[in-house]
Design a protein around this ligand. Structure first.
Ligand SMILES: [Zn+2]
Length: 574
């Protein structure tokens, strides 16, 4: 900011003459005989303009080559001996110079000792005010306070890390004092304040911040009287390292008290406010599984597959299936007797025929999901195509975020379907790694994951196993029967309950030819024993049968024995 006095000095130096409301002087950017440069003073700024047509850039460039000295500030040691000067120039710039000992100036400080402005007074005073420049410091000094500044003023917003502006020696000069910082009312001022508080922390007794009234840029522009300034200093806010709102980063105890309890739309199968996955190889019944879940949610009572209690009735279920077109999906809806729910409007479907997968953050979708169950079949289809250059983990992160976005939009639950890796077919175990393809990071956001695997194509039997259960104990694996049951009952049915289903390698003997002929033979032998014993004594308990096997040196688990019972009863019915 220039003052009228500064302007007068510039006019004098350039030999300007009054011309109407302006001033005219010779333009330094061209051979000027007629004084074609006008000068005006406007709102703290000196404006130059060449009426002969020189560009503003050329004009200012020339002026800056030979700036006019407006004011200078002495920097002295403790005893008042001059060390160097800061010189304020017009066009606005600061330069520093030191005496060379022979009555001349050197415009380079070199290794001259750097000190705080007004050092002799600073040493003596307990209260020291720090401003952003010598002019402001002098404004305050004139009010009877002791103010200082660091040479070269504020930190530039463009060069945040310019540490050269503060030296450890300044801290020694200010040690144990009460400091009040008066920052300028702009971005640079805020940065300078942050910078100073960091530098001073630990060295001084206290740090206060006094802000000049908002409508002024700095204390010089404000130009307060002693009384107004004293009030400002008296009520300076105490600077604290502690951010006022740091606790807001965390949950309060009340948040916990009001948190909804862990709840399930379908008991121990589908969690509310969470993402549940169904994963499996293509053609292994994922979509029918998901449709069966939808049917249960729309019905709102009874048990899913005769096993999982249905706790809630949904008024809206959203099925997004960008992997299918409308016609085959309509067929499946009819098979499952879900088509009527499309008509009632409770089941909202989008297939590929309506266009590619919508963005999961589509405003209309986020509106529609409120209170609803949402199925993404499959979830991978909702990864952003534009991200194909990015790593798989970035894509997985973005998908996780989108799925969680549905919950933030108050979807009641999200069911995400995933393809398994090809190797899952021959695998003897199911886990998150082989059942969810290319989405390792996604596993972390899933509350629950179920793996499905067809283990008997002819009989349409799928094996279902829990792969992940967050905060609850999941049931053991079980088996479902698909097509014949769907044709007859319009839903999937339980084939073998968790109480009857053994581990995968026992239940899919045909798929592991390498070591299964042995297992199959063992099973035939055990079944023969089982049949013989139970024909004689149909009341035999599972435990008693286990004991009998044990007497023969054969270890058989209860669940396997219940499986034998299941198979034997089926045989009888035939
Ligand atoms: Zn010119």
């Amino acid at each position: 900011m220039a003052t009228q006095a500064d302007f007068d000095r510039v006019l004098e130096k350039l030999g300007a003459r009054r011309a109407g409301s302006s001033w005219m002087a010779r333009c330094p950017a061209h051979e000027d005989r007629t004084a074609s440069m006008s000068l005006d003073f406007d709102n703290g700024k000196i404006l130059y303009h060449c009426h002969a047509g020189c560009s503003q850039e050329a004009l200012l460039g020339k002026l800056q080559e030979k700036p006019i000295e407006i004011d200078h500030y002495d920097y002295t040691d403790e005893s008042g001996k001059l060390l160097y000067q800061a010189v304020r120039m017009e066009p606005k710039t600061f330069r520093q110079r030191k005496p060379n000992g022979h009555g001349e100036w050197v415009w380079k400080l070199g290794d001259v000792r750097r000190v705080l402005f007004n050092l002799p007074q600073v040493i003596k005073s307990q209260l020291v005010i720090i401003t952003e420049g010598e002019k402001d410091a002098n404004t305050i000094n004139a009010l009877g306070y002791v103010a200082t500044t660091n040479a070269m003023g504020a930190v530039s917003p463009k060069k945040k890390d310019d540490n050269k502006k503060w030296s450890a020696e300044y801290n020694e000069q200010l040690r144990g004092k009460d400091i009040v910082i008066v920052p300028d009312n702009d971005e640079a001022g805020a940065l300078h304040l942050e910078f100073l508080t960091k530098e001073l922390h630990g060295a001084v007794k206290s740090i206060g911040v006094a802000r000049v009234p908002e409508k002024y840029k700095d204390v010089s522009e404000w130009n307060p009287g002693t009384e107004a300034f004293s009030t400002l200093i008296k009520y300076a806010e105490k600077y604290s390292e502690e951010p006022k709102d740091w606790r807001l980063l965390f949950h309060s105890y009340e948040d916990f008290e009001h948190a909804p309890p862990l709840s399930f739309s379908i008991d121990r199968f589908l969690q509310n406010d969470a993402i549940t996955a169904i994963a499996g190889l293509p053609g292994h019944g994922k979509t029918f599984n998901a449709l069966s879940v939808c049917k249960a949610l729309l019905r709102g009572e009874g048990k899913l597959w005769g096993w999982f209690q249905i706790n809630e009735r949904f008024e809206r279920v959203i099925y997004l299936i960008p992997e299918s077109t409308i016609t085959p999906f309509k067929h499946r809806l009819k098979l499952m007797e879900l088509y009527e729910e499309v008509e009632s409007g409770r089941l909202l479907v989008r297939t590929l025929s309506k266009g590619p997968a919508p963005e999961l953050d589509d405003k209309r979708l986020l509106w529609a999901v409120k209170g609803a169950a949402v199925v993404a079949d499959t979830a991978i289809r909702f990864m952003e195509e534009g991200l194909s250059d990015n790593s798989a983990s970035e894509m997985a992160n973005s998908l996780s975020n989108d799925l969680l976005g549905l919950l933030r939009a108050e979807a009641r639950c999200v069911l995400a379907l995933f393809h398994a890796i090809k190797g899952a077919k021959a695998a003897e175990v199911m886990n998150l790694e082989n059942m969810i393809r290319g989405t390792g990071e996604l596993g972390a956001v899933l509350a629950t994951a179920w793996g499905v695997k067809q283990i008997d194509e002819k009989a349409a039997i799928t094996y279902v196993q829990n792969l992940k259960a967050r905060d609850f104990e999941a049931c053991g694996p079980f088996q479902l029967v698909m097509r014949p049951a769907i044709d007859n009952t319009h839903d999937i049915q339980m084939h073998k309950t968790p109480e009857e289903t053994g581990p995968l390698y026992e239940e899919q003997p045909d798929m592991n030819p390498r070591n299964n002929s042995q297992k199959r033979e063992a099973k035939f032998a055990n079944m023969a024993l089982y049949r013989a014993w139970t024909e004689k004594d149909p009341e035999l308990s599972t435990q008693e049968i286990r004991e009998r096997f044990k007497d023969l040196g054969i270890e058989v688990k209860d669940v396997t024995i219940r499986g034998y019972r299941h198979d034997a009863e089926k045989e009888k019915k035939r």
